[in-house]
Design a protein around this ligand. Structure first.
Ligand code: ZN
Length: 284
């Protein structure tokens, strides 16, 4: 199943268009895209039994009308140094535990549009994003996938000067400027993917490939992250995990490279879709 947020309303995206969840369920499930994650098991059962021929299917909404498929996560986790080649280009070792920070909620945006570049050096990080569908506390690696509602594409945009400043580097702030947590275009349930543990992901700037990797190279893969995080925190339905980025960020290049006004950043995960963002300068 593929879910999208069309102008704030949850839809199921099928081959020939979009099914509005609130209308098709006659109000049993609300239009709010985050609300079904609170009732994920009932929603999935209803959606799987739904006959598309029995409901209205609207033409698929344009990318410009899509918002982030998760609108109100209570917790957003992000993992650093989770691909060996990226840890190496960052000049750091492969961690023994997943280095975890947050991206604050106000940084969430949709899969297409403009992103204002703040002062400093703004870098790109393509990431697979996992969305929790069932409360997870002390779950094992084997149980972990059953707590994931779906996967989406994310960018962990990062302002490196602020991120790396001071005695306790400010990962959470440097990665939380407005628009720095785009997600989309759709939330895809793991069963839709041939192998949810081995997916290609990447990004390009103005058509030039910057990153290309595979989630099979994750140091801590999705089940491991869910399991390990759940030993410390309780993962709640609708929570989001940015799982880390492969090599090819601007920080690791020689010379270093940063996003510039006018740049078009295209970010994809195979089997899920792509996002497209235009960088613009901060208004004077
Ligand atoms: Zn990241």
């Amino acid at each position: 199943m593929r879910l999208a947020n069309v102008n704030g309303r949850l839809v199921i995206r099928v081959a020939d268009g979009d099914i509005d969840v609130e209308r098709a369920s006659e109000g049993r499930f609300p239009a709010d895209p985050s609300a079904v994650l609170e009732d994920w098991e009932a929603f999935s059962a209803w959606a799987q039994a739904l006959d598309p021929a029995s409901v209205e299917v609207a033409p698929a909404a344009a990318a410009a009308d899509l918002g982030a498929p998760v609108t109100r996560p209570r917790q957003i986790f992000a993992i650093g140094l989770n691909y060996r080649d990226h840890a190496a280009e960052s000049g750091l070792g492969v961690p023994e535990e997943p280095p975890t920070f947050t991206k604050f909620l106000s940084s969430v945006t949709g899969p297409e549009g403009e992103i204002v570049l703040p002062e400093g050096n703004v870098d790109w990080e393509v990431e697979l994003v996992a969305v929790i569908g069932r409360t997870a506390r002390d779950v094992s690696r084997e149980e972990a996938w059953s707590h994931v509602a779906g996967l989406t594409v994310g960018q962990d945009l990062s302002e490196r000067v602020g991120q790396l400043a001071g005695p306790a580097p400010q990962f959470s702030l440097g990665k939380s400027h407005p628009g720095f947590a785009p997600m989309g275009p759709v939330l895809v349930t793991p069963d839709e993917l041939d192998n949810p543990d081995n997916i290609e992901l990447g990004c390009s700037i103005n058509g030039e490939t910057m990153q290309k990797g595979r989630t099979s190279d994750l140091v801590f893969d999705v089940p491991e992250l869910v399991s390990r995080l759940s030993r410390t925190v309780t993962l709640l339905p609708g929570d989001v995990i940015f799982t880390g980025t492969p090599a090819g960020v601007g920080l690791g290049r020689s010379p270093q490279r940063w996003l510039q006004p006018g740049d078009e950043l295209v970010t994809y995960v195979d089997g899920i879709g792509e996002m497209r963002h235009r960088m613009v300068s901060r208004p004077a």
